[in-house]
Ligand binder design. Structure first.
Ligand code: PLP
Length: 219
């Protein structure tokens, strides 16, 4: 699918939901994609991109940022505290803040560096054992803790369990955001972004629908 087709579908979903045109930010998820494909999408005018690994992003984005002005880079994957400084130096937003130790590390580094990327708190809306994200029951307290640390919390992020109806998770995330006075909602991927827009997504993270399937190779 082309970038134009995706933006057309976003506009249609916004209209269907009675939302303001352009109120959804498309994050083009470029992880694992070959540089030629990423460059082609940059050439088409897309500037907002998502990566899920700090190291992979460090390898490709400084170069692209020299060639293309105005790139807005979002970290959407898990962040280890020992990579926090590198992440803060490269990314404009971090969508995976999910635990007190990471929050306090980011806050300390923000003091030191003098700036901080936009912060999204990731919620484990399925309360899945192995999965990243703050447990639902700790969400309000953790959001308050992040704010207490002066982190610029813009919203919440979720990745619904693969085998469940995503719209229920989007609705839950929207509810937690609303009761905490947060307007940002990072939710919706290639298979479900229209449903996410219907539930109020402000940031959708779309990879394969734009770039094609990711080729992880033979490993
Ligand atoms: C890879 C990834 C996406 C994009 O997934 P697609 O199904 O390719 O659109 C979105 N969000 C996160 C957190 C991801 O890791």
């Amino acid at each position: 699918m082309s970038l134009t087709e995706i933006t057309t579908r976003i506009a249609a979903a916004e209209a269907a939901a009675g939302r303001t045109p352009g109120s959804t930010t498309l994050i083009a998820v470029s992880k694992v994609q070959p540089n030629e494909r990423v460059e082609a999408v940059l050439q088409e005018g897309q500037r907002c991109f998502g990566e899920n690994r700090v190291q992979e992003a460090q390898g490709k984005w400084p170069g692209f940022m020299e060639s293309f002005q105005g790139v807005d880079l979002h970290l959407i994957g898990p962040l280890q505290t020992n990579k926090a400084r590198a992440a803060m130096e490269l990314f404009h937003a971090i969508h995976s803040v999910d635990r007190p130790k990471l929050a306090s590390t980011l806050a300390r580094l923000a003091q030191e560096i003098g700036s901080c990327p936009d912060i999204f708190v990731q919620i484990n809306t399925g309360d899945e054992g192995q999965k990243a994200g703050c447990p639902i029951g700790e969400a309000d307290a953790f959001i308050a803790e992040c704010r207490g640390l002066d982190l610029p919390v813009k919203g919440l992020m979720c990745i619904p369990p693969v085998d469940e109806e995503p719209s229920l998770h989007f609705a839950l995330l929207a509810k937690i955001a609303a009761r905490n006075g947060l307007s940002g909602l990072s939710m919706g991927m290639s298979g479900d972004f229209e449903s996410a827009i219907a539930q109020g997504a402000t940031h959708i993270r779309v990879g394969s629908a734009i770039f094609g399937a990711r080729d992880y190779g033979e490993g």
